[in-house]
Design a protein. Structure first.
Length: 158
């Protein structure tokens, strides 16, 4: 199973750039996850054309909050995925989100705009960064997860 992962897109509408990113990198995935700060219901509708799971972020307006929960647990193949945006400072964000999903194999999160792909306490912690939002490092990115005999995460720099 191949999963495309986005977070912190911060788009008020579907732009040509975003549509091109999705066509180029997400057109052949089995599922799309968005870890919050979508900012537009139009973007949610655009992404929700197959198997889509998203959560709300701290910058999402009421119309997006009505569509998406604040956190979610997803079953994908033999794996359990926790999906959350996150909150507060970025330096200890993983310390706060890890206890929220006991027993999962993978936690996908956002908020920091900083890509992350590593295992901690037996759980893969995966942040795709931001494909179209502000990046303090100047790099935009998204993620791809491959679920087979094991979980493999890959950050794609755009």
């Amino acid at each position: 199973m191949k999963i495309g992962v986005l977070s912190d897109t911060h788009l008020h509408r579907v732009t040509e750039e975003f549509a091109a990113i999705c066509k180029s990198h997400l057109s052949e995935v089995d599922m799309i996850l968005h870890a919050g700060d979508v900012v537009s219901a139009e973007v949610v509708t655009f992404l929700d054309h197959g198997v889509f799971h998203g959560v709300q972020g701290n910058m999402d307006p009421p119309e997006v909050r009505m569509l998406l929960p604040d956190k979610k647990i997803i079953r994908a193949g033999n794996y359990t995925i926790g999906l959350i945006h996150g909150w507060g400072r970025g330096d200890d964000l993983e310390d706060r989100i890890l206890p929220m999903f006991p027993g999962v194999d993978l936690i996908v999160y956002g908020h920091s705009h900083i890509p992350s792909n590593h295992t901690r306490e037996g759980v893969l912690l995966f942040n795709p960064g931001t494909a179209t939002g502000y990046s303090s490092r100047g790099n935009h990115s998204l993620g791809i997860l491959e679920l087979g005999d094991e979980i493999r995460g890959k950050i794609i720099t755009l």
